[in-house]
Ligand binder design. Structure first.
Ligand code: ZN
Length: 128
């Protein structure tokens, strides 16, 4: 892992508009969230590797009350866990205003968008 903190590669990926996760060069395991050493083999040699911005919705919930004063988006909103590759489950928001029905196990397409001052990975649900 390069210097600059465990999330430096994440920030670089966001800047590049790409979805990347740390992958062990020793055993090939994905390690998310980033750790100094591979969860599987203990190697410290990991590389931020680009993946396709799509996945499967593992779980989701509709949030009706804000948790913090600084709102990510208007309530209600849907947040979900998306399985991107083996071992990588990413927290995402459903695109605000998209009206498709959300189902566990559905394929979703991810895109990087800014909400307020922060970049978020957003998932879209196909309209029926
Ligand atoms: Zn490993």
């Amino acid at each position: 892992m390069r210097d600059g903190g465990l999330f430096a590669g994440w920030e670089a990926a966001i800047h590049a508009g790409e979805l990347r996760f740390p992958r062990c060069r020793q055993c090939g395991s994905w390690n998310w969230y980033p750790l100094p050493r591979c969860r599987n083999c203990g190697s410290s040699v990991q590389e931020w590797t680009k993946v396709s911005p799509q996945g499967t919705l593992y779980s989701w919930t509709r949030v009706h009350r804000l948790f913090a004063r600084e709102a990510v988006t208007d309530v209600p909103y849907v947040t979900g866990l998306v399985d991107v590759v083996a071992g990588v489950r990413l927290v995402c928001l459903q695109r605000p205003g998209s009206g498709g029905e959300v189902r566990i196990g559905m394929p979703v397409q991810l895109s990087l968008d800014r909400i307020g001052d922060t970049a978020h990975w957003i998932f879209d649900v196909p309209e029926r």
